[in-house]
Design a protein around this ligand. Structure first.
Ligand code: FES
Length: 173
């Protein structure tokens, strides 16, 4: 997937800059590149949930890397979003065991309840849906990941509705 230019300069907050320095200090002198993945997570968080070209260039400068070294990593891992996403990205596993247990049903149910297709953002800016590969929770299928949390056994409309409502409530707190 091609990354997008947001046209906005990227800067970290003072707190995020301090966090970035702490991450860089974990590695030996001259090995700043080792901090790339955690710093990309931080950049994604600081940039509204996705890595624009500007955000990746900012990280490259911070770590004394060429931009292409950052693009190579950011475009390889699916946990990095290369275009704007909703506040909550619902990452639905569709690999074998989840597929057998209803991943397609879950995807269709989310799409129909939210009125968006995969890769789109709901008008309120809250949700995006993504199809991802095995999240190592096969015994709890069908499931999805949202942020750092897993939501499992999502096999009824009630459970899906309850999850969406829970996230909507969280967004208001
Ligand atoms: S197949 Fe879905 S978590 Fe493994």
């Amino acid at each position: 997937m091609l990354a997008v230019r947001s046209g906005k300069p990227v800067t970290f907050s003072a707190q995020a800059l301090e966090q970035a320095q702490q991450i860089i200090r974990r590695y030996p002198e001259g090995q700043k590149k080792s901090a790339l993945i955690p710093i990309l997570h931080l950049a994604q968080e600081q940039n509204g949930g996705f890595l624009s070209v500007e955000a990746m260039d900012y990280v490259a400068e911070m770590l004394d890397l060429s931009p292409i070294e950052v693009y190579e990593v950011a475009t390889f891992y699916t946990m990095f979003h290369l275009k704007p996403v909703g506040r909550y990205v619902l990452e639905v596993c569709h690999t074998g065991p989840c597929e057998i247990k209803g991943a397609e049903w879950l995807l269709q149910t989310l799409k129909s309840k939210l009125g968006v297709d995969e890769g789109e953002i709901t008008p309120d800016g809250l949700f995006s849906i993504r199809r991802v590969e095995c999240l190592a929770a096969c015994g709890y299928a069908p499931m999805l990941q949202c942020g750092e949390r897993y939501y499992e056994f999502l096999n009824t409309e009630e459970k899906v509705e309850a999850l969406l409502e829970h996230l909507r409530q969280n967004a208001n707190t």
